[in-house]
Design a protein around this ligand. Sequence first.
Ligand code: HEM
Length: 196
Amino acid sequence: MYLLDSFSPCKVTVALQKKLGSNVSFNSWLVSFVFAQSQPEPSETFTHNAQLEPNGKIHLYWKFNQTHITFEVHGNTTGWVGIGISPGGSMMGADMNVGWAKNGEATITDRHGVTTGNAYPPLDTEQNVELLGGSECDGWTVLKFRRQLAACDLQDLEFTTYTMRVIYAWGLDDPTGDDLSRSDYHTPVRRDSTDN
Ligand code: HEM
């Protein structure tokens, strides 16, 4: 668990919007101030980043050194957010991290896809993930966490040079209990992989 007060990269921007009308006169300029819910700024400079979801709902930042990879995921939801690496782009055999910010505390979990197909991802026996920060504001959930590149855990996949697909999913709500449950299913509209 992580107290949210000490990690709050969310930023609200005020956008000035100008619209040019068909008649070019002073009155044809419509100037309006719009309070936009902007995507939060990353908490630090990351060497890599990618917009995973085509409409900009999930953005991933990452950096790594010789032993660890640090992720910061920004999800346009006040519910749970999950990312993972997968050999084939499905949940089967994937290595996932799922987290949420709820009641002022952030949580990150280490999970794996089952071998039978796309289904509820159970918790790994060993939780090889370290939460570095988490916040929820202006409709965005931000989770920053670190994991080993090779954890020597059969329920984790190694980050190696061969191609892995990144998978992601999110929920509209936080888990009702202490952990994600089957009923938190993302439905087909809130999940995908980077190969599509
Ligand atoms: C409550 C937890 C979860 C349940 C019950 C669940 C269940 C399912 C089911 C039944 C499907 C097949 C139907 C469909 O396409 O929607 C599916 C697909 C998928 N799920 Fe999940 N899922 C969960 C969590 C996650 C998480 C945390 C991720 C990513 C980190 C994820 C990524 C995906 C992806 C990428 C697919 C599509 C795979 C494909 O194209 O074959 N799911 N999931």
